[in-house]
Design a protein around this ligand. Structure first.
Ligand code: 3EB
Length: 330
């Protein structure tokens, strides 16, 4: 584990903002602002912040790289298999499994390491996690998504997490290749986790979706109250997939679900249409040919420059699309 003298205090509230840059962009030499750079499907030569390449390919005419910025001084660190940076109360990092690790062991090892690291770095509250791994809907005795869910559940349980109140927002999607890649944000202060009244909480899903339920909340509001990170959201009402095979209806239902999470976080009159919200959407598309139709719908509500599309499989075989959001109140 790397230790260092932190110039920023973990008591200092740090902002976080997500910006999308064209994928070929090269980062500027601003040590202060960058918390992480998350390119899709490749790497960049960034040296000023952790570069956490995710194994999903961008889709559409404007492939985007994620730039996570903050207003507090950033310290770049690494420990065990995790690269990360800290800024005030926040910590953002990523880890990738080895090529020969099986999914369940890699999930358990990486989660154990993340949970230990955020404790050691005095930022023990997980805010948000992203999980990418190949062949998510394939069966090896059990579906690989269920293997992942079981190992994640065991790691949280072993660390003493209360499954009804301590779980971060998350996404878990299928990549075309690569090894399990986990990206995460943690804080020294507890975020406000929110659920979606239109959906059964994922950690209470019935057993038909796996013996160990998915360990995530529907959204997390950063401790400073400014920013809502909405989990991967799909066309699920209650616990059931709705609109099987109907792309347009799945997108509409997903947007209703995101609006419900926004209303829980920021109040009943708040939605994707609110003027005072700064919105970024990340859209996981199962069939690349569906991207233009999805874009045409989303761009009626959100600026095209604020949407990133990735080719990914969704954790339920009957879902065609999943959308997550980073939403700042101005
Ligand atoms: C769902 O609502 C869709 O296992 O971490 C969305 C977000 C989904 C996160 C996860 C799964 C996860 O159940 C799938």
């Amino acid at each position: 584990m790397t230790t260092s003298i932190l110039p920023g205090s973990f008591d200092e509230s740090a902002s976080i903002a997500l910006r999308y840059q064209p994928a070929q962009w090269h980062p500027p030499v601003s040590k202060q602002a960058l918390l992480a750079v998350v390119p899709a499907g490749g790497t960049t030569s960034a040296v000023v912040a952790p570069v956490i390449a995710v194994p999903t390919l961008p889709l559409g005419p404007n492939p985007m790289t994620e730039i996570w910025e903050t207003d507090q001084p950033v310290t770049r660190l690494s420990g065990s298999s995790i690269v990360y940076s800290t800024a005030g109360d926040l910590l953002m990092g990523g880890a990738i499994a080895g090529p020969d690790e099986d999914l369940a062991s890699a999930t358990r090892r990486i989660y154990d390491e993340i949970l230990e690291l955020v404790d050691d770095e005095n930022r023990p509250h997980l805010v948000r996690l992203w999980n990418y791994f190949p062949r998510i809907n394939e069966f090896e005795q059990t579906e690989r998504y269920q293997q992942f869910c079981a190992a994640r559940f065991e790691a949280f349980t072993a660390a003493g997490y209360d499954m009804a109140s301590d779980l971060p927002a998350a996404s878990a999607v299928g990549s075309q290749n690569g090894a399990l890649t986990v990206v995460f944000i943690a804080s020294s202060r507890r975020p406000r986790y929110v659920e979606n009244p239109r959906q059964i909480s994922a950690f209470s899903y019935p057993r038909q979706y796996g013996t160990r339920s998915p360990s995530f909340s529907r959204g997390a509001v950063l401790p400073d109250g400014s920013t809502l990170l909405v989990s991967g959201t799909a066309s699920i009402v209650g616990h059931e997939t709705v609109h099987r095979g109907d792309l347009g209806a799945q997108v509409e239902e997903t947007l209703r679900n995101i609006d419900a999470v926004i209303a829980e976080a920021f109040g009943p009159d708040t939605s994707l249409h609110s003027e005072d919200l700064d919105i970024r959407l990340k859209v996981y598309v199962r069939h690349p040919a569906d991207q233009p139709r999805i874009a045409a719908r989303l761009e009626r509500t959100v600026s095209p420059r604020s949407i990133s599309y990735l080719r990914a499989d969704i954790c339920r075989a009957d879902l065609l699309v999943e959308i997550e959001a980073c939403i700042r109140r101005s």
